[in-house]
Write a protein that binds this ligand. Structure first.
Ligand code: GUN
Length: 286
C-alpha cells in the first residue's frame, strides 16, 4: 500500500545556514573573550576542477563565520616529501586548528601516509586512524564530517534509537564511519557493499536508508520502505546535472523524509568541517 504523500524534505542547505548562524554567535563570544579565531588550513594538490570548487567553498564558509582560513595550492607534481613537510609546518602552527588535505590526491602520492601525518587533534576530516578508532570505541573526538552532518539531519526526523538502518557503501571516508555513527546512536546497522547478495531485500527492510556509493539510480524508488528516512550521500555529475544513488521521484512518494541532491548532505559536510575546527580550537588547543 502506498501512502502516496510526498516525503518531507531534509533541507541540508537550510540546516547548514542555521548552524553557521550558531557558529557566528560562538565567534562573537570568542572575540569578546579575546580568544583567537579558529583556523582551518586546506591543502589542494593538482588541478581537479571539482576539488577546486570544494576548496573554494571551504574558504568561503570560513570567511562567513569569521574563522581564519588558509589555502595552500600545490602543483600536481608535488613530491610526497614536500606535502609531508607542509603538513608538519601546519601541525606546528598555533593559529591553525584544522588541517585538511583535499581528496583525491594524484596517484603518485601515498594518501594513507598523508592521513596519518596530520596531527590527530587537527584532523578535522576525522580520517586519522586515531579518530576512527575513537568513534569505533564509542568515545569520538573529531568525527568524519559527512557522517557527522548526516546525524544532524537525522535529528530533524526524531529519535533514531532502535531503528533498522542500512548503509550502502563501505568506504573508509563515508560508508564505514556512517555505520559507526548510526551504531553509536543506537540503530541496528547493516552495511551493504559490493559483495552483498540481495541489495533489494536489504533496502526493503530499512527504516533508515543511507546510500554512499556514487552510482546514479543504484536504488530504484520502489525498493524504499514506506515511511523510511532516506539519506542520499552519492553525488554523480551526469549531463551537467547532479544525481544521487537513489531514484528520487518514486522514493520521495514512499519515504517520510528524504534528502534532495544537491542541497541535502553536501552542505552538511561543509558545516561538519567548520564544527570540527571549532571543536579542535575549544577542546583540543585551548
Ligand atoms: N573530497 C571530497 N570530499 C572531501 C572531504 O570531505 N574531505 C577531503 N579531505 N577531501 C574531500
Amino acid at each position: 500500500m502506498s501512502t502516496d504523500t510526498a516525503a518531507q524534505i531534509l533541507d541540508g542547505q537550510a540546516l547548514a545556514a542555521r548552524l553557521r548562524g550558531e557558529l557566528k554567535a560562538v565567534m562573537t563570544n570568542r572575540l569578546a573573550a579575546n580568544l583567537r579565531p579558529p583556523g582551518l588550513a586546506v591543502i589542494l594538490v593538482g588541478d581537479d576542477p571539482a576539488s577546486e570548487i570544494y576548496v573554494k567553498h571551504k574558504g568561503r564558509d570560513c570567511q562567513e563565520v569569521g574563522f581564519k582560513s588558509e589555502t595552500r595550492h600545490l602543483s600536481a607534481t608535488t613530491t610526497q616529501t614536500e606535502l609531508m613537510d607542509m603538513i608538519d609546518e601546519l601541525n606546528a602552527d598555533d593559529t591553525i586548528d584544522g588541517v585538511l588535505v583535499q581528496a583525491p590526491l594524484p596517484r603518485h602520492l601515498d594518501a594513507r601516509a598523508v592521513t596519518e601525518r596530520i596531527s590527530p587533534n587537527k584532523d578535522v576530516d576525522g580520517f586519522h586512524p586515531y579518530n576512527v578508532g575513537r568513534l569505533a570505541l564509542r568515545d569520538p573526538l573529531l568525527r568524519p564530517a559527512t557522517p557527522k552532518g548526516v546525524m544532524q539531519l537525522l535529528e530533524l526526523t526524531g529519535s533514531v534509537r532502535g531503528k533498522d538502518a542500512l548503509v550502502v557503501g563501505a568506504s573508509n571516508h563515508v560508508g564505514r564511519p556512517m555505520s559507526l555513527e548510526l551504531l553509536l546512536a543506537g540503530c541496528t546497522v547493516t552495511t551493504a557493499h559490493r559483495f552483498t547478495n540481495d541489495l533489494e531485500d536489504q533496502v526493503r527492510r530499512a527504516e533508515i536508508l543511507v546510500s554512499a556509493v556514487g552510482r546514479p539510480r543504484l536504488i530504484p524508488g520502489e525498493w524504499v520502505r514506506e515511511g523510511a528516512v532516506v539519506i542520499d550521500i552519492g553525488i554523480t555529475r551526469e549531463g551537467g546535472r547532479l544525481h544521487g544513488d537513489i531514484e528520487f521521484e518514486t522514493a520521495s512518494k514512499r519515504a517520510s523524509w528524504i534528502t534532495p541532491v544537491p542541497g541535502g548532505v553536501g552542505p552538511m559536510t561543509r558545516i561538519g568541517v567548520l564544527q570540527n575546527t571549532l571543536f579542535a580550537a575549544e577542546q583540543l588547543h585551548s
